[in-house]
Design a binder for this molecule. Structure first.
Ligand code: BG6
Ligand code: MG
Length: 217
């Protein structure tokens, strides 16, 4: 398959910030007296901040005012930003810098498709902003994954058809978004969790253009 572009999720694919989201949501759920497991966390991965809070409130049968919800989201984000403060280029997940570099040198456009409103801040901390031809993040979409809007917008900005692009995702919601948009999708993580992806790898160690083609043939 000829690959016209690669679109990357950020949290949990490029950098291990997924554990910081988990830690911050866990802390918030604890403060609300809502039990919160790793399995429930899988349902939050890839999902916007506001939709994540709504799920936690639903699990706890809690009904809160709009003002209180904003206060809680701000608190979670404050904790999250404290955790990510120390993120540096060395924190990119295994194989990521090499693979991004290869794509860039081969002239295959790289896009970001992240639900995070903190994406630009984190890409800057990692020093890789200049490698991205387009960055679609939580500030640019109306609908959270599993809706495909974030990837469709990315493909549109790159001027390529979804079927000719590959999405890299660590979240169930992200794999569903890629599929719904008509993209090929390589899952990054556990094959049992990401069973709807076209192929799954534990991380991007050894990932290359030829490996990607092998996985998707
Ligand atoms: C996604 C994460 O990338 O971004 C979710 O997988 C997170 O866990 C979402 O809730 C929104 O992130 P942020 O940084 O805008 O709160
Ligand atoms: Mg992710």
């Amino acid at each position: 398959m000829a690959i016209a572009a690669c679109l990357f999720d950020m949290d949990g694919v490029i950098v291990d910030t997924a554990r910081f989201h988990f830690r911050a949501w866990h802390r918030l759920a604890d403060s609300l007296g809502v039990p919160f497991t790793e399995e429930q966390n899988e349902e939050l991965k890839g999902v916007s901040r506001v939709d994540s809070l709504e799920k936690i409130l639903q699990w706890g049968n809690l009904v809160l005012s709009g003002t209180k919800k904003i206060e809680l989201m701000n608190l979670k984000n404050k904790w999250y930003l404290e955790y990510v403060e120390q993120v540096k280029p060395q924190d990119m997940l295994p194989g990521v810098p090499e693979f991004l570099r290869e794509l860039h040198e081969a002239g295959i456009p790289i896009g970001l498709g992240s639900s995070s409103r903190n994406a630009v801040l984190i890409l800057d901390k990692l020093g890789i902003m200049s490698l991205f031809s387009t960055v679609i993040d939580g500030t640019k979409v109306h609908l959270s994954k599993p809706n495909p809007e974030v990837f469709i917008k990315g493909a549109r900005e790159l001027g390529i058809a979804p079927a000719s692009a590959v999405v890299f995702e660590d979240a169930i919601s992200g794999v569903e978004a890629a599929r719904a948009g008509g993209f090929r999708c390589i899952g990054v993580g556990d094959p049992a969790v990401l069973s709807r992806a076209d192929a799954v790898v534990p991380d991007l160690t050894g990932m290359s253009i030829s490996r990607m083609q092998e996985l998707l043939c």
